[in-house]
Ligand binder design. Structure first.
Ligand code: HEM
Length: 437
C-alpha cells in the first residue's frame, strides 16, 4: 500500500491512498540531518496565519491549524467531532471516487465515500467517539489509571530499564537503542498493566514489534496482528475466569456499563496502540536530542531534579504526533478568522502549535531549563491523552537510567545516518545506533 502518494493499481484504475497518512510529504518529512525541526512545508507556512486551507492527497481541502490558541479551541469545542473519523477509514478509492470526494469537499461536503467501504465498527474504540458514548467508556479506564497503580509501576519500571541496560552491556559495547531499550520498555509496561503472564510476554512483544517494523511485509504484519487479536481474546477470557489486580481485570469487573468481550479486546488494543509506539518514539528521539545537545545533557547530569522539566520540554520540542490529531467540523464555523465548512477535516500541526512564538519564547530552542508551560503534545479536552502520567514516568525513568548507567553513551553513526520515521504520521526513529565504550 502506498504511504505518501496516490498510486494506480493495475488496469482496474483503483487509486490506493493510505488514509493513515493522506498528507503530502513536505508537511511531515523532516529535513535531512535535522531530525528535530518541523517539516519544510510547515516551516514555509509560518506567518501565513494560524489556520490555513491545504490539500490532502485525496484531493480534499482540509484546514491546518498552526496557532496554539486555535489548536486548543479545536480540541475543547464540541463543534469539532472525533466521531466522524470512523466513517472515513476506507483505504482504497477509485479515481472517480477521489474526484467526487474533491468535488464534494469543494462544496463543503463531508468526504465520506460510502459506508460499505468502512470496516465494521469497533465498539470499544472510544478514541473515535464523541460524548456521551466516549465519556462512558473513557471513565472506566480513568478509574483504572490510579495514582497508586502508577506509583507501583514506577519501581517496576526502574527494574525493567536497568534490566534492559544490563542485557545491552552483556551483549557488547554497541546496540540499537530502539529495539533493545525504547520499544521493550513500553511493551513490558503494557504487559504489567494488562496482566499478561510473564511466560506470554515474549510472544506478545514479538507480535507488537512486527506491527511497527518497517522491514516486515504486509503479510507478516497481518499474521502478527491476527495473533495479537487472538491473544487478547484469550487474555480477556482468562481474566473473566480468574480476575487479578490489573487494569484488564478491573475492566472485566465494570458494571456501568458492563463491557462485552469485543469491547474489552478493543480497549486493550487501544491502550497498546496509543501507548506503545508513541512512548518508544519519545524515548529514542529524546535520547537522540540529548546526545546531540551535550550542554543540555550535562545540565541534566549535574542536576537530576531537572528531569521532569526535561520531559515536558522534549514533549513540546519533538511533538511526535505531528499531524495525527484531527477533527471534523460539525457545522459551518469560523476559526482564527478563517471560515470552515461543516464536514471539513481540521488537522492540528502539533509541531508548529507547540512552537507558537506567542506562547513559547524562542520556540525552536531545546532548553531543559525552560520554565514549564502547557503544550499540546498530549492533546487537550475530552480526548486528552489518558496515559500521559504513565508516559511521563516512562520517559523520566527511561532517560534517567540510560544517561546515569551508561555515562559514556554516544552516537555510533553521524546524526545524518540515523534512520528517521519520515513515512509515518507519528514521528520517531527506526533505529538509534549507540555505543558506550
Ligand atoms: C509520550 C507518549 C505519548 C504521546 C505523545 C501521546 C499523545 C496522545 C495524544 C496527542 C492524544 C490525543 C489524541 C486526540 O485528541 O485525537 C492521546 C490520546 C490517548 N492516549 Fe496517548 N500519548 C502517549 C502515551 C500514551 C500511553 C503510555 C498510553 C496508555 C498506555 C496512552 C493512551 C492514550 C489513550 C487511551 C488516548 C485516547 C484518549 C481518548 O480518546 O479519550 N497514551 N495520546
Amino acid at each position: 500500500m502506498s504511504t505518501d502518494s496516490a498510486q494506480t493499481e493495475g488496469t482496474a484504475e483503483r487509486v490506493t491512498i493510505d488514509i493513515r497518512r493522506p498528507i503530502a510529504a513536505d508537511l511531515v518529512e523532516h529535513p535531512p540531518g535535522c531530525p528535530f525541526d518541523p517539516a519544510p512545508g510547515i516551516v514555509e507556512r509560518r506567518g501565513r496565519g494560524a489556520v490555513q486551507p491545504f490539500r490532502l492527497l485525496t484531493g480534499i481541502t482540509a484546514y491546518l491549524v498552526t496557532g496554539f490558541d486555535e489548536g486548543r479551541t479545536v480540541l475543547a469545542d464540541p463543534r469539532f467531532s472525533a466521531d466522524k473519523l470512523r466513517n472515513r477509514e476506507a483505504t482504497s478509492f477509485s479515481a472517480d471516487e477521489v474526484a467526487a470526494m474533491g468535488a464534494a469537499a469543494e462544496r463543503g461536503g463531508c468526504p465520506v465515500v460510502s459506508a460499505a467501504d468502512a470496516p465494521p465498527r469497533s465498539d470499544g474504540y472510544f478514541v473515535f467517539m464523541d460524548p456521551p458514548e466516549h465519556t462512558r467508556l473513557r471513565r472506566l479506564l480513568t478509574g483504572q489509571f490510579t495514582v497508586r497503580r502508577m506509583q507501583a509501576l514506577e519501581s517496576r519500571l526502574r527494574e525493567i530499564a536497568a534490566g534492559q541496560i544490563e542485557a545491552m552491556r552483556a551483549a557488547g559495547t554497541e546496540a540499537d537503542l530502539v529495539s533493545s531499550y525504547a520499544l521493550p520498555i513500553p511493551s513490558l509496561m503494557i504487559c504489567e498493566l494488562l496482566g499478561v503472564d510473564p511466560g506470554d510476554r515474549e510472544a506478545f512483544q514479538h507480535n507488537t514489534s512486527v506491527g511497527t517494523n518497517v522491514e516486515a511485509s504486509e503479510e507478516e504484519k497481518a499474521v502478527a496482528g491476527g495473533e495479537l487479536y487472538a491473544f487478547m481474546q484469550r487474555l480477556v477470557a482468562g481474566k473473566r475466569e480468574d480476575p487479578g489486580d490489573d487494569i484488564l481485570s478491573g475492566l472485566v469487573r465494570a458494571t456501568d456499563p458492563a463491557l462485552t468481550d469485543a469491547q474489552l479486546v478493543d480497549m486493550s488494543l487501544v491502550l497498546l496502540g496509543a501507548g506503545h509506539e508513541t512512548t518508544a518514539n519519545m524515548l529514542s528521539l529524546g535520547a537522540l536530542a540529548l546526545l546531540t545537545h551535550p550542554e543540555q545533557l550535562a545540565a541534566l547530569r549535574a542536576d537530576r531534579s531537572l528531569f521532569d522539566d526535561a520531559v515536558e520540554e522534549l514533549l513540546r520540542y519533538l511533538s511526535i504526533v505531528q499531524l495525527g490529531v484531527t477533527r471534523i467540523a460539525t457545522e459551518d464555523l469560523t476559526l482564527g478568522g478563517v471560515e470552515i465548512p461543516a464536514g471539513a477535516t481540521v488537522v492540528l500541526a502539533t509541531p508548529e502549535v507547540n512552537r507558537d512564538p506567542a506562547h513559547f519564547p524562542d520556540p525552536d530552542r531545546f532548553d531543559v531549563t525552560r520554565p514549564r508551560s502547557s503544550h499540546l503534545a498530549f492533546g487537550h479536552g475530552v480526548h486528552q491523552c489518558l496515559g500521559q502520567q504513565l508516559a511521563r514516568i516512562e520517559m523520566r525513568i527511561g532517560l534517567e537510567e540510560l544517561v546515569t548507567r551508561l555515562p559514556g553513551l554516544r552516537l555510533a553513526v553521524p546524526v545524518e545516518e540515523v534512520p528517521v520515521k519520515n513515512e509515518m504520521l507519528i514521528y520517531g526513529l527506526h533505529a538509534l545506533p549507540v555505543t558506550w565504550a
